[in-house]
Design a protein around this ligand. Sequence first.
Ligand code: UDP
Length: 491
Amino acid sequence: MAAGSPPPPPPPHFVLVPLVAQGHIIPLVDLARLLAARGARATVVTTPLNVDRLRGVAEQAARAGLPLEFVGLPFPPAGSGLPQDCQNADMVADNSQFLPFFFALRELAGPFDAYVRSLAPRPSCIISDWCSPWTAGVASSLGIPRLFFHGPSCFFALCEIMAVDHGLLELIAAAGDDERHLVPGMPVPVTVTKATPPGLFCYPGTELLRREAMEAMRTADGAVLNTFSDLEAQFLEGYEAALGKPVWALGPLSLCNRDEDSTTSRGKTAVDGKQAIMAWLDEQAPGSVVYVSFGSVARKLPKQLFEIGHGLEDSGRSFLWVVKEREAAAPEVREWLDALEARTAGRGLVVRGWAPQLAVLSHRAVGGFVTHCGWNSVLESIAHGVPVVTWPHFSDQFLNERLVVDVLGVGVPVGVASPVMIFDDESAPVARGDIARAMSALMGGGAEADERRKAKEYGEKARRAMEEGGSSYETLTRLIQSFTRSEDKEH
Ligand code: UDP
């Protein structure tokens, strides 16, 4: 530095506040790691149980000398009626806890306010989840810029804002169940129904949550999305115009995980049996295995689990199927899964609990993914060139399916038209034959081989987007620069 020249500005400090659900924490932790690796300081604010789960990430960051911290605000609040460990959507026991959980989260506003006020200097920017509008108050009262992170695809986000701007949600509410509605203002035709409305928090009892989230969206300084320009350019352009604010497309964020340590420990520090899973995959032929997993939240009752198991068996394909601990809790389910594994020995593996999904999707043996269309799962699959069988369950997943199947051409639908309840749905809307048929269509050599080719092309583009000179890499550079303040602007 030349004598007399001013010192370089301090690195910007980003405070990131994900919704406490794996599908929201995982991408924002990836973003925090990227920010820290690119010279900024990053703090992820969550709850104690999630801080504990993220211990491995914190330790990796400390070893690498990255300025990345995790803060746990006390939760659940006294009087919420929630058990002490109910600190993540995957710990919600049943449907009756779902609304109390979301309403209890609003009470994090007080502790978050106190935490932000305790920071000196003030953070440069707060990036908080679309579903966490309780972060807006302290940001506006202290004049801290705030961006909202929206978890779903930009296609979904644009449908949502178009639906709101054109009064579509009210129209849908007043219409019959079977009516189909065209979402206005979309660059491609998109139709929705009452069962698949274009919005989050569209369930009875969530009206207040939705109003608060929309208000915080309107008052934010911009949006951060986990997508990339070569995947969703036309929707990004439309979203930025509709929002009237900058939209930062920074994904696929999962591609920041480059070593085995980080690909196998996302979401949970200790993943049981990960070596055995990877060793099993090593024995399979390239592109032969179908990975089957429905994200971190949806839970199925035995009837639907058995149908899936039969579908996998009947398909004749190799499969790696993730069944959640709570789904496999009953002895009759455990026994049934054991018997299935015995019948399909050599070509079928059932993971009970949590899988190292990113490591699985990046393994050369995996050629297809039966997914519930959570946006992280879809994007992780695309980023590794793996086409999908789409089986949406609820929320944004139906519109993510439309993007994957109709627009991108990287998916084959299993054929569901309406949502299931989030937990313990009694119905079994998907039959074994549908599962086997969709798997064959995806993995066979017929016309659908197109999906595999297109997925590979998008996988290449995804990698380029995250490399130096790529669209997401350069967008992150601009984001960091725009929140780097000079000394004279310091608080
Ligand atoms: N995931 C994982 N192992 C599992 C299940 C899920 O690592 O056994 C990760 C997955 O890679 C993704 C996230 O959890 O990053 C799930 O997010 P998604 O948006 O796909 O679905 P959600 O859980 O929000 O329904």
